[in-house]
Design a protein around this ligand. Structure first.
Ligand SMILES: N[C@@H](CCC(=O)N[C@@H](CS)C(=O)NCC(=O)O)C(=O)O
Length: 330
């Protein structure tokens, strides 16, 4: 685990000491957008036109943020148009690596590089910052388009529709204003909330994260008892953003990140909802529990110093979800 400083790798854990024991996630540094015609998106530069075969996605199967991008690639029919490289699940002193001696790890399919950091410095030789997945790479310009998953999924949602003919819309104009505050609460208290609890190095920082997390899970359980999806009867990006945390909850966050007031399976609506999304066409194939469980327990040795991989609960994600019966919001 480490970061680049002026293009040089430094093996350092997150600095929680200077922050009262709290984990603070860095802002992603590459914020360009692929658009249908190559005009600039909401941030960054233009010049990234949607074209088949031009872009490549770097992911970890373990990472919930990268998982969002993989899901959008699947459900938007982008698999034939955007290639993928999968890093090794163990993230140790060299950060994410392209070692391929592990089932499902592909190596770097574009350049055969040893480490993900080498991809970052290929674009920015003097880069300072964390080397994170996902990364969307442009083969034509040899540059990183984006390393911000919330933006990559919005590009995938619409930029390639003219190429794929898939116009399914997970960020519909008329729901955007309603989606935003739901995304914000889920990001802060659930998606990032589990990390804030798990990486806390003081009791106070842990308490400040774990209680809002379980308050939000109660709120979500209520909402999803009355609504099939977060926005009622329409499945949106808000659901996919929530899903990648829920699917990791019982195998990882409950034990490893001490998010153990309740398990996901103790929430009937949330658990059935998670199964419905897991069973959505194309999604099951993006979930790799082996990489998920191995990554967290093996990589975070200050949480799990002996790197023992727990046995974990046996969960049946294929059990019928029964969510068709859930009433639409009144
Ligand atoms: N803002 C980024 C966050 C991505 C992120 O933090 N990914 C983690 C893996 S789950 C990572 O690569 N961490 C490596 C590090 O922080 O050094 C996004 O949503 O795309």
């Amino acid at each position: 685990m480490g970061l680049l400083v002026d293009g040089k790798w430094q093996d350092k854990w997150y600095d929680t000491k200077s922050n009262d024991g709290r984990f603070a996630r860095d802002e992603a540094k590459f914020r360009n957008w692929v658009t249908a015609d190559g005009t600039a998106g909401p941030s960054g530069e233009g010049g990234f036109k949607a074209e088949s075969g031009r872009y490549h996605l770097y992911v970890s199967y373990a990472c919930p943020w990268a998982h969002r991008a993989l899901i959008f690639r699947a459900i938007k029919g982008l698999e034939p148009h955007i290639g993928v490289s999968v890093v090794h699940p163990e993230m140790l002193s060299d950060g994410w690596t392209f070692a391929s001696d592990y089932e499902g790890a592909t190596g770097d399919r574009l350049f055969g590089l040893p480490f993900l950091r080498d991809l970052y410095t290929r674009d920015r030789p003097d880069m300072t910052g964390r080397v994170t997945v996902p990364v969307l790479w442009d083969k034509q310009s040899g540059r990183i388009v984006s390393n911000e998953s919330s933006e990559i999924i919005r590009m995938f949602n619409s930029a390639f529709d003219g190429i794929t003919g898939n116009a399914d819309d997970y960020w519909p104009q008329d729901l955007r204003a309603a989606i935003e505050p739901v995304n914000d609460r889920i990001y802060d208290t659930v998606n990032n909330g589990v990390y804030k609890a798990g990486f806390a190095t003081t009791q106070k920082a842990y308490d400040a994260a774990v209680h809002p997390l379980f308050d939000s899970l109660d709120w979500l359980e209520d909402r999803l008892s009355a609504n099939r999806y977060l926005m009622g009867d329409r499945l949106t990006e808000a659901d996919w953003r929530l899903f990648t945390t829920l699917i990791r909850f019982d195998p990882v966050y409950h034990l490893h990140f001490k998010c153990n007031r309740r398990r996901l399976v103790d929430y009937p609506a949330l658990w059935a909802y998670t199964r419905e999304l897991y069973q959505w066409p194309g999604v099951r194939e993006t979930v790799n529990f082996d990489h998920i469980v191995r990554h967290y327990h093996f990589s975070h040795d200050m949480i799990n110093p002996n790197r023992i991989i727990p046995v974990n609960p046996v969960l049946d994600h294929d059990e019928p979800h029964g969510r068709e019966a859930v009433q639409k919001a009144a």
